[in-house]
Design a binder for this molecule. Structure first.
Ligand code: NAI
Ligand code: MG
Length: 350
């Protein structure tokens, strides 16, 4: 699952993007450099991508950009988005294009309630689980179309594409993760097998097949709607959740909310075969409402570089970041600090 590397220098494509993406990313890079000192170092290449470039010259992600980024070992993404750009243009033309071009079949989102952070749940319990969301298929495959648009006979289809290969890739990743994590060693598959009888059957077949290779990991199944109930009433029951692209998108936002908001959550888009770069990012967006004020919290971006280190097998360095973030939150979560101050406070604990 982790991509062990013997390289002493990793080449990183940095897409700081728009708004607070530009503010939090340098803080994350500084933490990454210091945490990894002695283990590995990083050679950064900045890419000017996002809403600002699109508004300036109308380009999103050119073939040259893709070819250049494709040569790097990993991608660090801040956030993209701007109220002046129609919703969907950057998501499809940039974010989803990167995920598909680099075959990032797993979207990994850990959710942990840090001591010191308040959850909107009255009795949150000990929340520490990870969602493995399939990243390139399902209803996000782009298959389908709309005809007779603008008439009263319009027809639209959006096809959920599920392949044995893509599902097995995500499911195996989930079992490996459950085995490695210091948790309940359980995988919960989430779907709607009672309604999505074709895709659901394929997912269940793959679960049963893969589970045989992991006798040390248990598994169970929940319908997506029931899963939302448990996530709000008993989130500590989960260890690793594996699900399709759309359910995963929705569930991870709920998961982010129950652990106290998006300020601390990070995600990884992983090319499991290690043939293309994986991408690491905070889950929040460009936050136009606070951009330019230097008050954005860089913690989620910092957690995303810990995920980058874990991806390459540098668990000790990643853990140094996790410990520093936990200590900083426990001590300072309620204090008003600038973006750079939070970055420095975490850096100084390494
Ligand atoms: P958002 O995550 O940018 O902001 C939601 C709310 O959370 C805002 O009030 C914001 O100030 C606050 N917030 C977010 N991150 C924060 C941080 N690090 N520290 C303190 N407060 C923070 O989501 P929103 O407003 O829906 O989207 C804004 C733009 O970002 C849109 O253009 C959207 O498409 C884009 N977006 C991009 C993503 C990406 O690049 N992966 C992900 C989500 C949204
Ligand atoms: Mg989402």
């Amino acid at each position: 699952m982790t991509q062990q590397t013997s390289k002493k220098i990793l080449n990183i494509a940095v897409i700081a993007g728009d708004g607070i993406g530009k503010e939090v990313t340098p803080e994350a890079q500084a933490v990454l450099d210091k945490a990894a000192q002695g283990d590995v170092s990083f050679n950064y290449t900045d890419y000017d991508l996002g809403a600002e470039r699109y508004l300036r010259d109308g380009t999103l992600l050119t073939d040259e950009d893709l070819a250049s980024i494709g040569e790097k070992d990993a991608i660090l993404l801040g956030a993209v988005g701007d109220p002046r750009v129609t919703s969907g243009i950057l998501e499809r033309g940039l974010l989803i294009k990167l995920r598909f071009a680099f075959d990032q079949g797993v979207n990994l989102r850990p959710s942990k309630l840090y001591p010191g952070v308040s959850s909107p749940l009255k009795n949150p319990g000990d929340i520490d689980f990870a969602v493995v969301r399939e990243g390139t298929e399902g209803l996000y495959s782009g298959m389908g179309g709309i005809i007779r648009r603008g008439t009263d006979q319009a027809i639209a289809t959006e096809i959920s594409m599920n392949t044995e290969f893509g599902v097995e890739r995500a499911v195996r990743y989930a079992f490996e993760l459950a085995r490695k994590r210091d948790g309940k060693k359980n995988v919960t598959m989430v779907n709607k097998t009672n309604v999505l009888v074709h895709a659901g059957a394929l997912w269940l077949d793959v679960m049963e097949k893969v589970a045989k290779d992991y006798p040390d990991v248990t598994w169970d199944y929940l319908h997506a709607d029931a899963c939302t109930i448990f996530m709000a009433t008993n989130p500590s029951r989960f260890d690793v959740i594996v699900t399709d692209n759309l359910f995963g998108d929705v569930l991870t936002d709920l998961a982010g909310a129950v652990v106290g908001g998006i300020g601390y959550s990070a995600s990884a888009n992983i090319n499991v075969a290690n043939e293309h770069p994986s991408m690491f990012e905070p889950i929040h967006g460009s936050a136009p409402d606070i951009a330019g004020k230097s008050i954005a919290n860089p913690t989620a971006a910092i957690v995303s570089v810990a995920m980058l280190l874990e991806h390459f097998g540098y668990d000790a360095a990643a853990n140094r970041i996790h410990r520093a973030v936990e200590a900083d939150i426990a001590e300072n979560a309620s204090k008003k600090r600038s973006t750079h101050q939070i970055g420095q406070d975490i850096l100084n604990r390494l």
